[in-house]
Design a protein around this ligand. Sequence first.
Ligand code: GLU
Length: 430
Amino acid sequence: MSDSIRMPEVHINLNIRGMKPSATVAINERCNELLKEGREIFKLGLGQSPFPVPGVVVDELKANAWQKDYLPVRGLRLLREAVADYHRRGEGSAATHDDVLIGPGSKELMFLLQLVYYGDILIPTPAWVSYAPQAKIIGRNVDFLPTNPANDWSMTAAQLADHCAEDPGRPRLVVLNYPSNPTGRTYTAEMLEEIAVVAKQYRLLILSDEIYGELHHEGKHVSISRYYPQGTIISSGLSKWCGAGGWRLGTFTFPRQLRWLLDAMASVASETYTSTSAPIQYAAVRAFRGGTEIERYLWRVRRVLKSLGNWIADKFNAAGIRTLAPQGAFYLFPDFGPLRDNLSKRGITGSASMCEKLLEATGVAILPGDDFGRAKDELTARLAYVDFDGARALSILETDENVQIDENFLATHCPNVANATRRICEWATA
Ligand code: GLU
């Protein structure tokens, strides 16, 4: 036997066998390949902010490019103070810097949390594509709680209570994400208060993924930590509201009572990534301190996202694609179910084949509801309305704060999203 064929055999951890790359990452790479081949592609797959990082934050990164030392595993103290202050200002939280953990993206922190916490993971669906695969990699049991548009795609307190009552003593981590990726909807303060009552009763741990909190379209985000401080971990970061997905900086803020979780996560972090990029952490201090420039930036960003999201939802509903108007973030979760007869004649029986055929026929990339934990035969999909030049849109608003963000503005400054919307409507109703 020749040496060249004496290679290691394929031995993959059972939990990971058959696993594919994350749907959000895969669609982005696929779109980039298709663009390279010269295809006309509308990138509504990956949820990446179209807006630039605020200038004051970029300046801070430039000024700190020389910072080369490893920082503490929990994060730069100045940044942890800024994050704690930020949650104190926004939510009246009692957190101090000792309650904050900085990581290379909140995605990594979520993975660490699921690794160190021993319990079931409870996920209302539709849900972001990576929560459940992370649990699978680690070997945690996942329970899904399907929601529906009549309930605003939100989990109800009664639904949570029914689930917990089946086995009251079980340790559980509930993942709540609002404003929601993928639906763009959010929870009202009353709904969060009701969920908090159930969480207290069953001593649940809540991972409150508030990465889109600052992108609440009215600037009125409320955290469940107000009603259940002792059991809520707030997840945030720079990726969405600060337009800095590629900078990879996430934050977890814990109540004092959950310091044991923070400590365990920090130990694992010290054995894996050591610490988060130093220049990025220094720049993040500026972002979390906020101030007039950041507030102005957010005000403009919200205006554009709100108008664009509502405009698309209106077009979809007029075409018979059932869509709830967004309240935050940059996603819509349209349901093509009312057009099922029409689509099934073209061999479309579920969300995966629907999105595949849509991409082939129109160049519009969106992700199937299946990737977000919905039934395979449901004709839902997630659309990230981010394929436009956010810097250009912001510069128009800078010159004229009161400019109307109407059909004309969107067609001129967000042409890819406007064209993609038209193509989806025409394709679905053809
Ligand atoms: N959170 C974004 C999305 O849902 C992109 C990043 C990611 O999934 O890791 O598209």
